[in-house]
Design a binder for this molecule. Structure first.
Ligand SMILES: [Zn+2]
Length: 169
């Protein structure tokens, strides 16, 4: 079952600007040692500066169809998730389970948005867990990106301008 990250983002739209600022402040500036984080990457990945800020990069060749990394975080139930309005890293898995992926140890959150055909991955829900899966062969060193979906784009990206390779041209 494929579901876009955007499905929960119906609230807090007036606060978008404030949110973006808060989040960018939280982003670490130092290099992240992925080896020291909880083991949720199935493929070697690196976090480094990409086209639109920090991004997630392939640390080895990845074949189409392979799972790259799991999107992890604190698990929120429906009530808890509804209380949160200032977090663009929420990922709704199902009606009663939302992953708050804003935590430092979820390096999948560095996987940036890209518009449509340029993406080389997609998010996929399997048995209540969220995985980032390759939809193209990815070479070592390439940035891993996927389309966050229309709702997310409207809510969080459109206002400040999309920084993906396609839109930056
Ligand atoms: Zn774009």
């Amino acid at each position: 079952m494929l579901k876009k990250q955007s499905s929960i983002l119906k609230k807090g739209s007036k606060k978008v600007e404030k949110i973006s600022k808060t989040i960018s402040k939280k982003l670490p500036t130092k290099k992240i040692d992925t080896e020291k984080l909880p083991d949720h990457h199935f493929k070697k990945v690196k976090v480094k500066r990409g086209v639109s800020g920090l991004g997630l990069f392939a640390g080895e060749d990845i074949k189409k169809g392979e799972i790259i990394i799991e999107y992890i975080g604190n698990i929120l139930n429906k009530e808890e998730a509804e209380k949160v309005t200032t977090n663009q890293y929420l990922f709704e898995v199902n009606r009663n389970k939302t992953i708050d992926g804003s935590v430092r140890w979820n390096i999948a959150r560095y996987c940036n948005h890209t518009c449509d055909e340029l993406g080389n991955a997609e998010s996929e829900i399997k048995k209540g867990r969220v995985f980032i899966q390759a939809i193209k062969n990815i070479k070592e060193g390439e940035e891993i990106t996927y389309d966050y979906g229309t709702e997310f784009f409207e809510e969080y990206i459109k206002g400040k301008g999309c920084l993906c390779r396609k839109c930056k041209k």
